[in-house]
Ligand binder design. Structure first.
Ligand code: UT7
Length: 328
């Protein structure tokens, strides 16, 4: 048994910010950002909250899947930038679309979040514990980006996408992993309340002791090196489990962190760029929302056909990585 993506939706903030907009407050240029990353623009929230973007994406996904809120048996939200520490993003977004009693939970696997969530959903569907699951991937990266750090602030954007999944007899296979040696490579410390009982600084490991709570820091070059080997490894291992050769895939939907990473990974795999969906130029890196946003765009553009074998592949903080192969 496999799973079917029954419908998809997406929501992006109205505000579009191009590369030139960064030139006034950090030392950078459109030319540097474009050539080193492939990014031209990104959307940045001008007030819309993460759960509101998630809810709009979910509304569209339900409509697109001809599914009413009552039919949803479970909601899984993926995010690293929820509006609240508690309750979950899933609770806030689900309530907004008229879901009242389905179990709701958040899953944090950073940029690989959607691939992980799809796998969790598949387990519930396969054991008949649910018939329809709503996955919402919503991120406001601008909430944790340090706009004084030119090496990271130009890379990220905000947005959300959602899918409704159900059981089917189509192909589904996954391969998930972590490289925990890299757990400090992309890091954002939680913020703390004023606590009258704490006299000492927290005993953070040396690697992250200097970091300011609430802001993300990234060892860009290390992550770049990791990603260029992790993405091909995930695709290869997942294809192996599915009994496919990578060349048999019709479309690859990669996490959109850097165009150079995507190109290098595809070269390792020997896959032509025509098979790869790329939208980083418009949106930058929206963490876990990148992959379902691509799915939503491709579905709307009629680029996915019944029977197509597609591979979703991601990597991110943790360092998490993984891939899923499924039949459209
Ligand atoms: O979802 C996963 C999250 N993250 C990623 O996937 C990021 C992975 N890493 C990358 O995409 C790349 O490593 C970066 C885009 C972060 C950096 O690109 P790079 O080609 O590896 O550049 P670099 O870090 O080697 O820096 C080259 C130069 C440096 O200047 P010096 O030391 O050579 O004088 C940087 O200070 O470019 C400088 N630089 C910039 N210059 C203009 C770094 N950021 C900028 C900038 N504008 N925004």
């Amino acid at each position: 048994m496999g799973i079917s993506i029954l419908g998809a939706g997406c929501c992006l903030p109205q505000q579009e910010v191009d590369n030139h907009a960064f030139e006034s407050f950090i030392e950078t240029s459109d030319e540097w950002i474009t050539t080193r990353t492939g990014i031209h623009c990104r959307r940045i929230s001008d007030g819309i909250l993460t759960y509101q973007m998630g809810a709009e994406a979910a509304r569209q996904a339900l409509e697109n899947a001809n599914t009413s809120p009552e039919e949803i048996d479970m909601v899984i939200a993926t995010t690293v930038t929820a509006d609240a520490t508690t309750p979950s993003l899933a609770c806030l977004a689900a309530a907004e679309v008229g879901i009242h009693t389905a179990p709701c939970m958040d899953l944090n696997a950073a940029c690989t979040g959607f691939v992980y969530a799809l796998d969790v959903a598949e387990k519930y569907l396969r054991t008949d514990s649910a018939k329809k699951i709503l996955i919402i991937s919503a991120e406001m990266m601008s909430r944790i980006v340090n706009f004084k750090d030119r090496s990271s602030c130009v890379l990220f954007g905000d947005g959300a996408a959602a899918v409704v999944v159900g059981p089917s007899d189509k192909l589904y296979q996954s391969w998930l992993a972590c490289n925990l040696d890299g757990r400090y490579k992309i890091f954002s410390k939680a913020t703390n309340s004023e606590n009258p009982f704490r006299q000492n600084d927290f005993d953070w490991p040396e690697e992250v002791a200097h970091m300011q709570p609430g802001l993300m820091e990234m060892a860009g070059n290390d992550v770049y090196r990791f990603a260029t080997q992790a993405m091909p490894e995930a695709v290869q291992r997942c294809c192996e489990k599915a009994g496919l050769a990578p060349e048999q895939l019709d479309r690859i939907i990669p996490h959109q962190a850097n165009l150079r990473i995507i190109r290098t990974a595809m070269k390792h795999l020997g896959l032509p760029e025509e098979k790869v969906h790329i939208n980083i130029q418009h949106y930058g890196n929206i963490s876990s929302a990148c992959i379902p946003l691509s799915l939503c765009e491709m579905q709307r553009a009629g680029e996915l056909h019944p029977g197509d074998k597609i591979c979703l592949v991601g990597f991110g903080s943790g360092l998490t990585y993984g891939a899923a192969v499924l039949e459209w």
